[in-house]
Design a protein around this ligand. Structure first.
Ligand SMILES: [Zn+2]
Length: 276
Protein backbone atom coordinates (compact mmCIF):
# COMPACT_ATOMS: atom_id res chain seq x y z
CA UNK A 1 0.00 0.00 0.00
CA UNK A 2 2.77 2.45 0.94
CA UNK A 3 4.62 1.61 -2.28
CA UNK A 4 1.47 2.13 -4.32
CA UNK A 5 0.81 5.49 -2.63
CA UNK A 6 4.42 6.58 -3.21
CA UNK A 7 4.14 5.70 -6.92
CA UNK A 8 0.85 7.58 -7.12
CA UNK A 9 2.59 10.50 -5.39
CA UNK A 10 5.36 10.43 -8.02
CA UNK A 11 2.85 10.60 -10.87
CA UNK A 12 0.81 13.37 -9.21
CA UNK A 13 4.08 15.13 -8.36
CA UNK A 14 5.02 15.04 -12.05
CA UNK A 15 1.70 16.73 -12.83
CA UNK A 16 2.30 19.29 -10.05
CA UNK A 17 5.58 20.18 -11.83
CA UNK A 18 3.56 20.97 -14.93
CA UNK A 19 1.24 23.16 -12.83
CA UNK A 20 4.13 24.96 -11.11
CA UNK A 21 5.63 25.80 -14.53
CA UNK A 22 2.50 26.57 -16.53
CA UNK A 23 0.58 28.51 -13.86
CA UNK A 24 3.52 30.86 -13.29
CA UNK A 25 5.22 31.35 -16.65
CA UNK A 26 3.08 33.74 -18.76
CA UNK A 27 4.13 32.39 -22.18
CA UNK A 28 3.55 28.74 -21.14
CA UNK A 29 0.53 26.91 -22.59
CA UNK A 30 -2.52 26.32 -20.37
CA UNK A 31 -1.92 23.47 -17.99
CA UNK A 32 -4.22 21.10 -19.87
CA UNK A 33 -2.86 21.92 -23.35
CA UNK A 34 -0.45 19.65 -25.16
CA UNK A 35 2.52 17.65 -24.10
CA UNK A 36 5.38 18.85 -21.95
CA UNK A 37 8.25 20.58 -23.70
CA UNK A 38 11.78 21.42 -22.64
CA UNK A 39 11.68 24.95 -21.18
CA UNK A 40 14.94 25.72 -22.99
CA UNK A 41 14.62 24.32 -26.54
CA UNK A 42 10.78 23.96 -26.55
CA UNK A 43 11.14 20.46 -28.07
CA UNK A 44 8.45 17.96 -27.05
CA UNK A 45 9.51 15.45 -24.40
CA UNK A 46 9.42 11.78 -25.33
CA UNK A 47 7.31 9.54 -23.10
CA UNK A 48 10.44 7.87 -21.74
CA UNK A 49 11.79 11.29 -20.75
CA UNK A 50 8.62 11.97 -18.78
CA UNK A 51 8.86 9.22 -16.18
CA UNK A 52 9.05 10.71 -12.69
CA UNK A 53 12.52 10.50 -11.09
CA UNK A 54 13.67 7.75 -13.50
CA UNK A 55 14.04 10.03 -16.53
CA UNK A 56 15.85 12.64 -14.47
CA UNK A 57 18.45 10.06 -13.47
CA UNK A 58 18.54 8.30 -16.87
CA UNK A 59 19.10 11.55 -18.75
CA UNK A 60 21.87 12.60 -16.36
CA UNK A 61 20.02 15.85 -15.48
CA UNK A 62 20.22 17.07 -19.11
CA UNK A 63 17.70 17.63 -21.89
CA UNK A 64 17.94 14.92 -24.55
CA UNK A 65 17.93 17.58 -27.28
CA UNK A 66 19.66 20.77 -26.13
CA UNK A 67 21.66 19.24 -23.24
CA UNK A 68 20.60 22.06 -20.93
CA UNK A 69 20.35 21.24 -17.24
CA UNK A 70 16.98 20.04 -15.92
CA UNK A 71 15.99 21.84 -12.73
CA UNK A 72 16.19 20.08 -9.35
CA UNK A 73 12.62 21.24 -8.91
CA UNK A 74 11.35 18.24 -10.90
CA UNK A 75 12.64 15.33 -8.80
CA UNK A 76 12.20 17.39 -5.61
CA UNK A 77 8.48 18.02 -6.21
CA UNK A 78 7.95 14.41 -7.26
CA UNK A 79 9.71 13.03 -4.19
CA UNK A 80 7.97 15.43 -1.82
CA UNK A 81 4.58 14.47 -3.21
CA UNK A 82 5.44 10.76 -3.01
CA UNK A 83 6.48 11.06 0.65
CA UNK A 84 3.40 13.12 1.58
CA UNK A 85 1.05 10.64 -0.08
CA UNK A 86 2.75 7.60 1.45
CA UNK A 87 2.63 9.11 4.95
CA UNK A 88 -0.96 10.30 4.58
CA UNK A 89 -2.46 6.98 3.53
CA UNK A 90 -5.66 6.67 1.55
CA UNK A 91 -7.25 10.12 1.84
CA UNK A 92 -7.92 11.93 -1.47
CA UNK A 93 -9.05 15.16 0.19
CA UNK A 94 -5.78 15.41 2.15
CA UNK A 95 -3.88 14.59 -1.07
CA UNK A 96 -5.59 17.53 -2.75
CA UNK A 97 -4.65 19.82 0.13
CA UNK A 98 -1.07 18.56 0.08
CA UNK A 99 -0.82 19.01 -3.67
CA UNK A 100 -2.07 22.57 -3.40
CA UNK A 101 0.42 23.23 -0.63
CA UNK A 102 3.30 21.82 -2.70
CA UNK A 103 2.37 23.88 -5.78
CA UNK A 104 2.03 27.04 -3.69
CA UNK A 105 5.31 26.39 -1.88
CA UNK A 106 7.38 25.79 -5.03
CA UNK A 107 5.63 28.54 -7.02
CA UNK A 108 6.44 31.02 -4.32
CA UNK A 109 9.99 29.72 -3.97
CA UNK A 110 10.88 29.65 -7.67
CA UNK A 111 8.71 32.40 -9.17
CA UNK A 112 7.70 34.47 -6.11
CA UNK A 113 4.07 33.93 -7.09
CA UNK A 114 1.07 32.14 -5.64
CA UNK A 115 -1.32 31.13 -8.44
CA UNK A 116 -4.95 32.21 -7.87
CA UNK A 117 -6.11 28.81 -9.09
CA UNK A 118 -4.36 27.16 -6.15
CA UNK A 119 -6.04 29.49 -3.65
CA UNK A 120 -9.42 28.52 -5.12
CA UNK A 121 -8.71 24.80 -5.26
CA UNK A 122 -7.14 24.90 -1.80
CA UNK A 123 -10.11 26.69 -0.26
CA UNK A 124 -12.48 24.24 -1.87
CA UNK A 125 -10.49 21.23 -0.70
CA UNK A 126 -10.35 22.66 2.83
CA UNK A 127 -14.10 23.09 2.74
CA UNK A 128 -14.62 19.48 1.68
CA UNK A 129 -12.16 18.38 4.34
CA UNK A 130 -14.19 20.16 7.00
CA UNK A 131 -17.46 18.84 5.64
CA UNK A 132 -16.08 15.32 5.77
CA UNK A 133 -15.68 15.62 9.51
CA UNK A 134 -19.13 17.06 9.99
CA UNK A 135 -20.71 14.27 7.99
CA UNK A 136 -18.57 11.60 9.61
CA UNK A 137 -19.40 12.89 13.10
CA UNK A 138 -23.09 12.91 12.26
CA UNK A 139 -22.74 9.34 11.10
CA UNK A 140 -20.93 8.32 14.30
CA UNK A 141 -23.50 10.00 16.49
CA UNK A 142 -26.53 8.52 14.77
CA UNK A 143 -24.87 5.12 14.66
CA UNK A 144 -24.10 5.29 18.38
CA UNK A 145 -27.67 6.34 19.11
CA UNK A 146 -29.01 3.45 17.07
CA UNK A 147 -26.76 0.90 18.77
CA UNK A 148 -27.35 2.12 22.32
CA UNK A 149 -31.13 2.20 21.79
CA UNK A 150 -31.11 -1.33 20.47
CA UNK A 151 -29.04 -2.47 23.39
CA UNK A 152 -31.39 -0.74 25.81
CA UNK A 153 -34.46 -2.37 24.24
CA UNK A 154 -32.77 -5.72 24.48
CA UNK A 155 -31.35 -5.55 27.99
CA UNK A 156 -33.55 -3.21 30.03
CA UNK A 157 -36.76 -4.78 31.29
CA UNK A 158 -39.66 -2.82 32.77
CA UNK A 159 -38.93 -4.29 36.23
CA UNK A 160 -35.47 -2.74 36.05
CA UNK A 161 -37.00 0.68 35.54
CA UNK A 162 -39.13 0.45 38.70
CA UNK A 163 -37.59 2.14 41.66
CA UNK A 164 -37.00 -0.37 44.40
CA UNK A 165 -36.50 0.73 47.94
CA UNK A 166 -34.47 -1.79 49.87
CA UNK A 167 -35.44 -1.97 53.52
CA UNK A 168 -32.79 -3.32 55.86
CA UNK A 169 -35.08 -4.25 58.74
CA UNK A 170 -38.35 -3.59 60.45
CA UNK A 171 -37.90 -1.63 63.62
CA UNK A 172 -40.10 -0.74 66.55
CA UNK A 173 -39.86 3.00 67.16
CA UNK A 174 -39.23 2.52 70.89
CA UNK A 175 -35.91 0.87 70.01
CA UNK A 176 -34.65 4.10 68.45
CA UNK A 177 -32.33 6.14 70.65
CA UNK A 178 -29.03 7.97 70.47
CA UNK A 179 -27.12 4.74 71.11
CA UNK A 180 -28.59 3.18 67.99
CA UNK A 181 -27.91 6.34 66.01
CA UNK A 182 -24.30 6.49 67.19
CA UNK A 183 -23.72 2.81 66.40
CA UNK A 184 -25.05 3.31 62.87
CA UNK A 185 -22.98 6.46 62.43
CA UNK A 186 -19.86 4.35 62.77
CA UNK A 187 -20.68 2.79 59.37
CA UNK A 188 -20.50 6.23 57.73
CA UNK A 189 -19.73 7.66 55.29
CA UNK A 190 -22.67 6.43 53.30
CA UNK A 191 -22.95 6.49 49.55
CA UNK A 192 -23.62 4.29 46.54
CA UNK A 193 -21.34 1.47 47.66
CA UNK A 194 -22.39 1.78 51.27
CA UNK A 195 -26.04 2.79 51.42
CA UNK A 196 -27.44 4.32 54.54
CA UNK A 197 -29.55 1.78 56.51
CA UNK A 198 -33.26 1.95 55.76
CA UNK A 199 -35.77 0.90 58.41
CA UNK A 200 -39.48 0.27 58.22
CA UNK A 201 -42.06 0.81 60.94
CA UNK A 202 -45.80 0.91 61.26
CA UNK A 203 -46.75 4.11 63.03
CA UNK A 204 -49.70 6.32 63.87
CA UNK A 205 -49.74 9.94 62.75
CA UNK A 206 -50.14 12.38 65.58
CA UNK A 207 -49.84 15.57 63.61
CA UNK A 208 -48.70 16.73 60.20
CA UNK A 209 -48.05 19.92 58.28
CA UNK A 210 -46.21 21.07 55.22
CA UNK A 211 -42.97 22.99 55.44
CA UNK A 212 -40.61 24.68 53.03
CA UNK A 213 -41.31 26.77 49.96
CA UNK A 214 -44.83 26.23 48.59
CA UNK A 215 -45.33 23.46 51.17
CA UNK A 216 -42.94 21.20 49.38
CA UNK A 217 -42.07 18.94 52.28
CA UNK A 218 -44.18 17.05 54.79
CA UNK A 219 -43.37 17.24 58.48
CA UNK A 220 -44.99 14.69 60.74
CA UNK A 221 -45.01 13.57 64.32
CA UNK A 222 -45.53 9.82 64.51
CA UNK A 223 -45.55 7.94 67.83
CA UNK A 224 -43.75 10.91 69.48
CA UNK A 225 -41.04 10.98 66.82
CA UNK A 226 -40.37 13.85 64.48
CA UNK A 227 -40.38 12.77 60.85
CA UNK A 228 -39.72 14.64 57.64
CA UNK A 229 -40.72 13.50 54.15
CA UNK A 230 -38.91 15.62 51.58
CA UNK A 231 -40.86 16.50 48.43
CA UNK A 232 -43.99 14.80 49.77
CA UNK A 233 -45.94 17.92 50.68
CA UNK A 234 -48.52 16.81 48.13
CA UNK A 235 -49.64 14.03 50.49
CA UNK A 236 -51.05 16.51 53.01
CA UNK A 237 -54.61 16.06 51.69
CA UNK A 238 -54.43 12.27 51.76
CA UNK A 239 -53.25 11.84 55.33
CA UNK A 240 -54.68 12.97 58.65
CA UNK A 241 -53.91 12.65 62.35
CA UNK A 242 -54.81 9.20 63.60
CA UNK A 243 -53.97 7.44 60.33
CA UNK A 244 -51.86 4.34 60.61
CA UNK A 245 -49.14 4.26 58.00
CA UNK A 246 -46.09 2.24 57.21
CA UNK A 247 -42.95 4.26 56.62
CA UNK A 248 -39.47 3.49 55.31
CA UNK A 249 -36.85 5.87 56.68
CA UNK A 250 -33.28 6.70 57.61
CA UNK A 251 -32.32 7.84 61.07
CA UNK A 252 -31.32 11.46 61.03
CA UNK A 253 -29.93 13.84 63.62
CA UNK A 254 -31.66 17.18 63.42
CA UNK A 255 -29.82 20.14 64.90
CA UNK A 256 -32.09 23.06 65.67
CA UNK A 257 -31.39 26.05 67.94
CA UNK A 258 -28.47 24.27 69.55
CA UNK A 259 -30.42 21.16 70.49
CA UNK A 260 -30.10 17.88 68.69
CA UNK A 261 -32.86 15.38 68.35
CA UNK A 262 -33.41 12.29 66.28
CA UNK A 263 -35.83 12.46 63.42
CA UNK A 264 -36.98 10.00 60.84
CA UNK A 265 -36.10 10.91 57.28
CA UNK A 266 -38.99 9.30 55.47
CA UNK A 267 -38.19 7.74 52.10
CA UNK A 268 -41.53 6.14 51.39
CA UNK A 269 -45.01 5.95 52.86
CA UNK A 270 -47.56 3.18 52.50
CA UNK A 271 -50.91 4.38 53.76
CA UNK A 272 -53.52 2.46 51.83
CA UNK A 273 -55.44 -0.31 53.65
CA UNK A 274 -53.72 0.54 56.89
CA UNK A 275 -56.46 2.73 58.28
CA UNK A 276 -58.38 1.15 61.15
ZN1 LIG B 1 15.98 21.09 -24.28
Amino acid sequence: MVVFLALLGLIIGSFLNVLIYRLNVPKAPKWWQGRSVCPHCQKKLLWQDNIPLVSFVALGRRCRHCKNLISWQYPLVELTTAIFFAVTGWNPVIWALESVFIVIFFSDWIYGLIPDEMILVGSFAALIYNLQFTIYNQFLISNFKFQIENLAREKITSEMLERVLRVDCELKLEKIDMDLYNSLARFAPFGIGNPEPVFASTVTIQSLRTVGQEGKHLKLVVDHFDAIAFNRGNLIGKLKAGDKIKIAYNLDLNSFNGTQNLQLKVKDIIFQNLQD
